[in-house]
Design a protein around this ligand. Structure first.
Ligand SMILES: *[C@@H]1O[C@H](CO)[C@@H](O)[C@H](O)[C@H]1NC(C)=O
Ligand SMILES: *[C@@H]1O[C@H](CO)[C@@H](O)[C@H](O)[C@H]1NC(C)=O
Ligand SMILES: *[C@@H]1O[C@H](CO)[C@@H](O)[C@H](O)[C@H]1NC(C)=O
Ligand SMILES: *[C@@H]1O[C@H](CO)[C@@H](O)[C@H](O)[C@H]1NC(C)=O
Length: 179
């Protein structure tokens, strides 16, 4: 049901554009913002271009009040027209529940699959250590995009809010271009 609905929404949104299928995806920026520095903060958060074809994203979050047993994340995909406008998805996910029952949440798995192999977060709750995303490359995401969905060309941004115990603690925005 959840999945079917998303496909429908996707088709509706797509039908409003002259669709030129994008075949190349590139990170353009990443912004990490700790909303509650008593709870957590970013030790680092950056994009690095090693050369023309190798660019990666790394970030590390220090958690100051461990163990963390209640995490949810809210995320959406935005596309730039004049300013970034909501494009697709507006999901809130109970991360602890998701990590226990991954197969029940296909849309979440689509996003989560983009970075889980590059992070130390893919275990069930609680979290009692720093969180790391290490050298997430664009190739991984590019493959997933071109295989699973066809989005029109343009500038996009994925905005994620991380909540613990129902309180917003951090915001991560990842910008990328499809061309
Ligand atoms: C880019 O850097 C990566 C990692 O050092 C290397 O494996 C790859 O061959 C380089 N590509 C080019 C085109 O230099
Ligand atoms: C998600 O919902 C919030 C609150 O209603 C809204 O501000 C935001 O623009 C929405 N994002 C997307 C991607 O639809
Ligand atoms: C975490 O990721 C690794 C590598 O993809 C995988 O083998 C492992 O099963 C994952 N663990 C969980 C709890 O999903
Ligand atoms: C997490 O905390 C929020 C806010 O206190 C609460 O509404 C929610 O039920 C909690 N989730 C779990 C799985 O306990």
């Amino acid at each position: 049901m959840c999945c079917t609905l998303n496909v429908l929404v996707y088709l509706l949104v797509i039908s409003h554009f002259v669709v030129e299928i994008a075949c190349r995806v590139e990170f353009t920026n990443v912004k990490c913002n700790s909303v509650d520095k008593e709870f957590s903060d970013f030790e680092y958060c950056f994009l690095k271009s090693v050369n023309r074809t190798y660019k990666y994203l790394s970030l590390k979050v220090n958690l100051f009040q461990v163990p963390v047993t209640n995490v949810s994340t809210k995320f959406g995909l935005y596309k730039r027209f004049s300013g970034y406008k909501p494009f697709l998805y507006n999901l809130t996910v109970d991360a602890c529940k998701y990590l226990k029952h991954q197969k029940s949440f296909p849309v979440v798995s689509y996003f989560y699959g983009n970075f889980k192999d590059f992070s130390n977060m893919n275990h069930s709750c609680p979290y009692d250590h720093d969180l790391i995303v290490d050298k997430l490359t664009i190739e991984q995401i590019n493959n997933r995009f071109s295989k699973l969905l066809a989005f029109p060309e343009g500038d996009y941004m994925v905005e994620s809010h991380f909540l613990a115990y129902g309180i917003n603690r951090a915001v991560v925005k990842v910008y990328f271009t499809l061309s």
